[in-house]
Design a protein around this ligand. Structure first.
Ligand code: BES
Ligand code: ZN
Ligand code: ZN
Length: 505
């Protein structure tokens, strides 16, 4: 979809459809909708007065060919109650409107910046939320549909954003394109997660990382099994040893032209391209979903691409250990003891607690960069879904400043996180008779013992773990997240990095 920003009067511009926001209640018609209402002799007021459309959140109504405006149609989108309004609702409203327009088969639409007018939201934040909502909401994954079916799909060709104020044009244009870049980062993550495991292999993910690096001028290093063996990554290799798909340890390094701080931030993402559980085999029901066990790694690729595209002034390194977890004659077994890159030994209780094993070596490797902070993203435990539900990531860590930054980003992006404790007592549950630590702490506090295991490898470096097992996939359509892979984590951490001014600022 082509995205342009223009300046002009809403009533004078030709368009297949204009999208307008209407709040519920007496003062629902404002900004562009008021201008259109006036030019059309009170058409919108008539509609709301009739009770046919009350501005109910995300509801839409289409009006045809009215006198007084150049556009052929007007689409009203409900914004709900004015005082309950949030940026997240704005994303959702923009998405509902755009989806309706696509369903109609229309190819082009006009979106006035005063779609919503609120003193509490700046024009830059408005345009960002609108563009994010539209692109995120229109996402579809059709790579594996045959061509004839693909062709049947309707697509909108262009969206024109209308700014009233000429002075703001450059700023609005810039904000719109930044939001689009962010949505593209989310698309990259969603595409990788949606892709089935027979296609999204560790090799495929490594090739994708290399393509991203080439396109956006990052450096990418891909280590094969012989190289990680030399480095002593016994935990990562332990998980990989049962698979015929060669494992890959992927490192993306973004060095800014101008840095705002000397900090290096490392983002680590779990990429189990398929988690069967290994010898501790999972029950068959719903196992097809375990292709999404690489969503942390996918988000890291999306984050690094966006950070480079936006040229953020901070040094960011992405680390993605990628392998399958499948049973085989050579596979890791419960009771086995393996040695991590730091020398710490691990007793395997369940081969299905594999994410923490590959992350252990990745976290140790991350420390080589002497980072100011490490953040990991991992679909680590079913227990986190039991604790917090499907829409929320569990957050654990060793640094309150870093967690505060992530909470602020969560508020701004609508990607929900909730903190869980890592009190020392939980460490008792991971004591092993035979090795330094075991990889499962029993049934209690499963999300936390997963996090605690990682803490043992993150050591003294400020570190936060995000257990994203729930929110990386949605079984139902959400306002601006279609059913399926969500790309969770990309918007959250790009926001953290955009606002990075040092650990304590
Ligand atoms: N990838 C899973 C976690 C998961 C489960 C994500 C369900 C999404 C939905 C992880 O590798 C795993 O299997 N964890 C085990 C840990 C247990 C053996 C301690 C789990 O959650 O059951
Ligand atoms: Zn598992
Ligand atoms: Zn897993």
């Amino acid at each position: 979809m082509n995205l342009t920003v223009e300046q002009g009067a809403i009533t004078d511009i030709q368009a297949a459809v204009i999208m307008l926001g209407i709040f519920a209640g007496d003062d629902g018609i404002a900004g562009a909708s008021r201008a259109v209402d006036r030019a059309t002799s009170g058409m919108i007021k008539k509609i709301t007065a009739s009770g046919d459309f009350t501005g109910e959140l995300y509801r839409t109504v289409l009006v045809y060919k009215t006198r007084g405006i150049k556009a052929e149609r007007v689409l009203l989108v409900g914004l709900g109650k004015r005082k309950e309004f949030t940026l997240d609702r704005l994303r959702g409203a923009a998405s509902s409107g755009a989806r309706f327009i696509r369903e109609m088969g229309l190819k082009q639409f006009l979106l006035p910046l005063s779609f919503v007018q609120l003193s509490t939201i700046s024009s830059v934040n408005t345009v960002r939320a609108l563009v994010e909502g539209i692109f995120l909401g229109l996402y579809a994954f059709d790579e594996f549909k045959t061509d004839s079916e693909k062709k049947k799909k309707k697509v909108i060709e262009s969206c024109t954003i209308l700014a009233e104020n000429r002075q703001e044009l450059v700023k609005i244009h810039d904000a719109a394109h930044k939001a689009r870049a962010l949505a593209e980062g989310v698309y990259l993550a969603r595409d990788l997660v949606s892709r089935p495991a027979n296609s999204a292999t560790p090799t495929f993910i490594a090739h994708t990382a290399q393509a991203v690096a080439k396109r956006w001028k990052l450096t990418c290093r891909v280590l094969g099994e012989a190289q990680v063996r030399k480095l002593g990554m016994g935990c990562f290799l332990g998980v990989a040893q049962g698979s015929r798909e060669p494992a890959r340890f992927i490192i993306l390094d973004y060095v800014p032209k101008k840095a705002r701080t000397h900090d290096t931030v490392v983002i680590v993402g779990k990429a189990i391209t398929f988690d069967s559980g290994g010898i501790s085999l999972k029950p068959p029901q719903g196992m097809e979903r375990m292709k999404d066990d690489m969503a942390g790694g996918a988000a890291v690729l999306g984050i690094l691409q966006t950070v480079a595209q936006l040229a953020l002034p901070v040094h960011v390194v992405g680390i993605v250990p990628a392998t399958e977890n499948v049973p085989d004659g050579a596979a890791l077994k419960p009771g086995d003891v393996i040695t991590s890159m730091s020398g710490k030994t691990v007793e395997i209780i369940s081969t299905d607690a594999e994410g923490r094993l590959i992350l252990a070596d990745a976290l140790i490797h991350a420390k080589h960069y002497k980072p100011a902070a490490i953040i990991d993203l991992a679909t680590l435990t079913g227990a986190c879904i039991t604790a917090l539900g499907n829409d929320v990531a569990g957050m654990m860590g060793t640094d309150e400043h870093l967690m505060k930054k992530i909470k602020a980003a969560s508020e701004a992006t609508g990607e929900k996180v909730w903190q869980l404790p890592l009190w020392e007592e939980y460490g008792e549950l991971l004591k092993s008779e035979i090795a330094d630590i075991k990889n499962v702490g029993g049934r209690d506090a499963g999300a936390i013992t997963g996090g605690y295991f990682l803490k043992e490898f993150a050591g003294d470096i400020p570190w936060v773990h995000l257990d994203i097992a729930g929110p990386v996939w949605t079984e139902k359509d959400k306002p601006y997240i279609p059913k399926g892979a969500t790309g969770f984590g990309v918007r959250l951490l790009v926001n953290v990095l955009e606002n990075w001014r040092g650990m304590k600022n």
